[in-house]
Design a protein around this ligand. Structure first.
Ligand code: NAD
Length: 292
């Protein structure tokens, strides 16, 4: 199996930066890295949740800092990188994890909603790479984990903005990997995390949605899908299990990081469709598959 780069030393004294660290997967990643003795910089847009999360992770005794950042702002992420360098020096691990859920059927999908979802989920990752990669290239080491989703490999009806953002993050991560290999930057690695259903606050993403961004009025079919998704989340993976898998995958040097096997068959079916030219697996397949 081809690796996502050199195996990373996740030991004491290293520095990890996690975006979207006030909740869910990001918070669990921060807890795990602090537990390994790393300095951890927790970045998030939600100040009150971040303060509480930082206070709790700081009890683990390592160097823990919280920085309020909107990852969709290039300037804010550049400022984050500057602060981290001033406080902790070189960054060993960057997790571009902040993300929001949101979409509407494509014909009714406002440009503002496209902008918000792509701004956080895709541009947030682009800004993170642009701000931190030069320092890693200079020091000749480091690892970047970009959080995508199985939704980047499988399209869902009614979720175009989210699906597109996550497909782009997978593509960006693959391009970065090829560039690092092609330029001989062998000390730097990249991985792309593709979670399935994880029990987090992603279903409450509208808490961080700017006021001017609106979703179309709920229609009954979409509400039913939403109900099914929420029901699916009731049985979803605990985010701490995701963090454990990420740490193990980093130690193994994996590029694609999956959280479970639930989506393995749909992804394989989609890949077979890519090869044969057939249409992708039909809508609803995934939910039927997961909720049966
Ligand atoms: N939970 C799942 O089932 C699932 C599945 C696949 C992928 N993901 C991805 O995992 C990542 C983490 O999400 P989660 O599930 O832990 O959800 P979550 O809502 O619990 O956490 C997301 C965090 O990102 C922060 N955030 C939102 N907008 C931001 C911005 N503009 N700048 C900085 N921070 C911002 C939020 O405040 C929150 O703390 C996301 O990229 C999400 O798309 C989640």
């Amino acid at each position: 199996m081809q690796s996502g780069g050199p195996k990373l030393n996740l030991g004491a004294g290293g520095t990890a930066v996690v975006t979207g660290a006030a909740s869910g997967i990001g918070l669990e990643l921060a807890r795990s890295f602090a537990g390994l003795g790393m300095n951890v910089v927790m970045a998030d847009i939600e100040e009150s949740a971040l303060d509480a999360a930082v206070a709790e992770v700081a009890e683990q005794g390592s160097g823990v800092r919280g920085v309020v950042v909107d990852v969709s702002s290039s300037e804010a992420v550049v400022a984050l990188a500057r602060t981290v360098r001033e406080v902790f020096g070189p960054v060993d691990l960057l997790c571009n994890n902040a993300g929001v859920g949101g979409s509407s059927p494509i014909a009714a999908l406002d440009l503002e909603l496209w902008d918000w979802v792509l701004g956080v989920n895709l541009w947030g990752v682009v800004h993170g790479i642009r701000a931190f990669l030069p320092g890693m290239l200079e020091q000749g080491s480091g690892h970047i984990v970009n959080t995508a989703s199985v939704a980047g490999l499988l399209g869902f009806a009614g979720m175009a903005a989210y699906d597109v953002s996550k497909a782009a993050v997978i593509s960006l991560s693959e391009s970065l990997h090829h560039e690092l290999v092609a330029t001989g930057a062998t000390g730097i690695g990249v991985s792309v995390l593709c979670p399935g259903f994880v029990a987090t606050d992603i279903v409450r993403s509208r808490r961080n949605r700017p006021d001017h961004v609106v979703e179309v009025e709920p229609d009954p079919a979409r509400e039913q899908l939403r109900e099914e998704i929420l029901r699916g989340y009731g049985e979803a993976l605990n985010p701490s299990a995701v963090a454990t898998k990420v740490v193990a995958a980093l130690r193994e040097g994996l590029f694609y990081i999956y959280t479970d096997d639930d989506f393995a068959e749909p992804i394989a079916e989609r890949n077979r469709a890519v090869e044969s030219g057939a249409a992708p697996p039909r809508l609803g397949y995934l939910f039927e598959h997961l909720l049966r």
